[in-house]
Design a protein around this ligand. Sequence first.
Ligand code: HEC
Ligand code: HEC
Ligand code: HEC
Ligand code: HEC
Ligand code: HEC
Length: 408
Amino acid sequence: MMRSLVVVIVLLTGMGAAQVRAEEGKPPLHHLSASACGECHQEIYLQWLGSMHSQSSALNDPIHKVMYAIQAGDPTQEDVKLKATGGYPVCLKCHAPNAARDGKTKLDAVEAYGEGVTCVSCHTMLEFQGTVQGKEDSKPKMGSDAFTFSNMHLQGPNGAFAGKDPIHAPGSPTGETSVNAFPHQANGKLFKTSDICLGCHEKNVNPNGIPVCTTGPELTQSGNTVTCQSCHMPTINGFSDHSMAGGHSQAKLKRGILMTMTGEKRGNGAAISVKLKNLLAHNYPTGAPFRFVVLKVVGLDAKGEVIWKNFVTNPVEEDPKGVLMLKLTDEADKPVPPMLAKKIKGDSRLKPGEERNLDYDLPVSGIVKVRAELSYSLLLPPMIKQFDAELPAEVKQPVQVARTELDL
Ligand code: HEC
Ligand code: HEC
Ligand code: HEC
Ligand code: HEC
Ligand code: HEC
């Protein structure tokens, strides 16, 4: 809220960053802050400001911040190394790509570093080179390494003003140009295809070579040809929406899953079947390896009292089929954080388009109603425990993504 307020004030007083830029000389395109673009693209700017892309650096995202601190260090220091490899923190290539392009780690040194995945991170991308390295090197090219960049032209889907004269800042009394220094180029091949997302979203491989995030292959292996943008950047008021809703948005999460339930009284109790269908072209849940989806089923008697539950305290042990998650372990099959994983011990997430039936016997008499609820957590329960003090409440709280009831 505070940030958007400040921006509105800047916009109203006409001291936009683009003018400041003209006075100070010309920093490279990838150092331009989002507020310089927001001067004209206000709606897109506010959508982006509310997105996880604007929060993706270790200065802003609380979950990323605690993990970055453990795996790398202080995001306000230069020369931070990734502890596991002693090399440049690879995280920044996706989470703060403008800093990665300069080989820097002090994210508060330039606004466009700390802004994470900001306007110029994407709109200077020229070509996607794929995430496959050479034959000898099995490590994928990640984030900013997977693209070539333009230092001359902003890239966009249609190339507004390509070949035309510079335009003038709307409302500028002197007609002073501000975007003339950033001519645009049409680059539909990158901006209208999933390629622009895949450099960062295709795959993330940990230092042991274990693929911990695989949204790209999930989609391509499903045979779907739909682009990421068709779902994640719908057209709103004539523009492509830049809010990029995902796991942090309950509304978006609800749209990805269909849950239905059938069943009947049987013997002294009931038998029911809960059907989950993934409506998406990638896994449900996808992305970060610590997302955690749990099905809770309860049986109610005529007074509305719960007389049966599919689990009491720990769903992973008591009803594993009702849990959708990626299980990462060490060699001894002990669950470990993604960075330390040596094995994928199991993957119960729903595949693209997958329909799964979960059958339950409720062997207690007096059940008149069954309720099924599906909840989504950003973090696995042990991680919430571990980082409890450092994380704000909203990222620790599970959110309900589906609910259905059946009267027997
Ligand atoms: C002074 C105003 C102004 C500023 C500042 C500005 N733009 Fe634009 N931009 C425009 C206008 C006007 C259009 C054309 C809009 C249209 O086509 O509807 C445009 C179009 C675009 C497009 C669409 C190009 C396409 O291929 O369709 C992109 C992408 C874009 N701007 C990105 C940026 C970025 C990134 C910044 C900040 C570095 C920025 N703009 C700064 C005014 C501005
Ligand atoms: C994660 C990458 C990414 C970021 C960050 C990003 N954009 Fe875009 N932008 C895109 C893509 C992809 C499209 C094209 C969508 C399409 O045509 O399907 C686009 C389209 C646009 C357009 C053309 C709008 C239209 O509907 O034709 C403008 C203008 C624009 N972006 C401005 C901005 C500004 C300003 C920011 C920062 C506040 C920004 N973008 C941040 C990827 C990005
Ligand atoms: C430069 C790297 C980069 C590019 C390019 C990029 N992303 Fe992201 N994206 C990220 C990072 C990093 C995050 C995680 C941010 C966080 O939670 O800290 C993210 C998060 C997301 C999320 C999750 C939001 C949530 O609620 O958790 C969605 C959805 C998303 N991106 C969609 C896209 C789409 C669609 C494209 C292509 C148009 C795209 N991204 C391009 C790096 C990128
Ligand atoms: C058919 C629509 C659709 C398509 C196509 C699609 N997504 Fe999604 N995506 C969703 C929905 C709905 C969610 C929320 C449910 C979930 O997290 O699985 C989501 C979630 C996400 C998340 C958030 C994961 C998290 O844990 O926060 C990311 C990242 C993401 N998508 C990236 C992509 C990328 C990259 C592509 C293209 C390769 C893509 N999506 C294609 C609909 C789609
Ligand atoms: C190949 C690009 C890439 C690299 C490298 C990368 N990430 Fe990510 N990261 C992403 C994307 C994309 C997402 C969003 C996926 C999603 O929302 O599920 C993400 C999400 C996250 C999240 C979840 C944030 C949230 O708010 O839910 C954390 C934490 C995280 N990354 C930490 C790290 C750390 C620490 C490193 C370095 C050791 C790292 N990442 C390296 C691309 C990357």
